[in-house]
Design a protein around this ligand. Structure first.
Ligand SMILES: [Zn+2]
Length: 63
């Protein structure tokens, strides 16, 4: 089981997970500059739902 560092939900390993390295490869600097992302440690894992939430926040801040 993995604990999401944002929402604290425990989920199964086979669900979609994001860590800092994957986020660094996938997203631009604007996304990585988000407060939650900056607070991630190298061992933090984030669930797919929380990534989508941050995507929305970053997108809204752009406009
Ligand atoms: Zn989460």
């Amino acid at each position: 089981m993995i604990n999401c560092f944002v929402c604290g939900k425990k989920k199964e390993d086979y669900e979609v997970w994001w860590n800092k390295i994957v986020i660094g490869i996938t997203y631009d600097s604007e996304f990585q500059n988000n407060e939650i992302i900056r607070n991630m440690s190298d061992k933090s894992m984030m669930c797919h739902g929380c990534i989508k939430t941050i995507e929305k926040i970053v997108e809204e801040n752009k406009s």
